[in-house]
Design a protein around this ligand. Structure first.
Ligand code: MN
Length: 233
């Protein structure tokens, strides 16, 4: 039986009707592993999350808008961008249900940040203001700019995806992990010290990456992130 991987979606509001959107790259990345992707809705009743998780073999929390800073007890700074309370609430419920079921989970960009917040960490609301010496991590050009090196920890599970310790990744984020959640360890960092990947310390296969492997899935080592971290192979 093919494994079924759930992918969280984002809400696009419209006067006619709200629409759910999932970046096609996540779908293609999951298809490329041989698993079956399923796009997950954002119901108002977040208790649906455990129902969804019961039917899944793996979960991807996808990228997207900012996490509401209230979730880590802060008021928004002027540079904070749009956030969606409904999406935050649903993804926290998915994450908690996945944690309880020990469902393999991969948090990508926003997904990693959300997990860090849920398990007690905090975020830089905007790197250019709060970490001004940081590398360029944010670009509106999704094609090829703002790539940078990361140093991958060799003894991590992420380390099994790459033959080299120094890896070039893409970078499309203006927020980042400030205080790491106590239950996480950092498995990759950029040269400015910012966490670019984390894993859960304990008996749950949770991994977070700050970069976007779904946009590079056709490269073997980035496809391995989906295969190994989601236990698809
Ligand atoms: Mn980056």
């Amino acid at each position: 039986m093919k494994k079924v991987i759930g992918i969280s979606s984002t809400m696009v509001e419209s006067v006619i009707s709200n629409t759910l959107r999932v970046d096609e790259n996540y779908i293609n990345a999951v298809l490329h592993t041989g698993a079956s992707p399923v796009c997950l809705p954002i119901p108002r009743d977040v208790s649906m999350a455990s129902r969804f998780v019961e039917r899944l073999d793996g979960l991807i929390l996808s990228g997207g808008s900012d996490i509401a800073p209230f979730l880590y007890n802060e008021n928004p700074i002027p540079e904070a961008m749009e956030y969606q309370f409904e999406r935050d609430a649903m993804e926290i419920a998915l994450l908690q249900a996945a944690y309880e079921k020990k469902l393999p989970t991969l948090g990508i960009c926003r997904g990693m940040q959300l997990a860090n917040v849920h398990f007690g960490g905090t975020l830089h609301q905007d790197l250019s203001v709060q970490l001004p010496d940081a590398l360029e991590h944010h670009t509106k050009d999704w094609k090829d700019s703002a790539y940078h090196f990361v140093e991958v920890e060799g003894d991590s599970i992420l380390g099994k995806c790459f033959s080299e310790k120094k890896v070039i990744v893409n970078s499309h984020h203006h927020q980042g992990i400030r205080d790491l959640a106590p239950s996480f360890r950092v498995t990759a960092r950029s040269a400015d010290g910012l966490p670019e990947a984390v894993e859960y310390l304990g008996d749950w296969n949770f991994h977070g990456v700050q970069f976007h492997p779904e946009r590079l899935y056709f490269k073997d080592e980035f496809c391995k992130i989906f295969k190994i971290l989601l236990e698809v192979c």
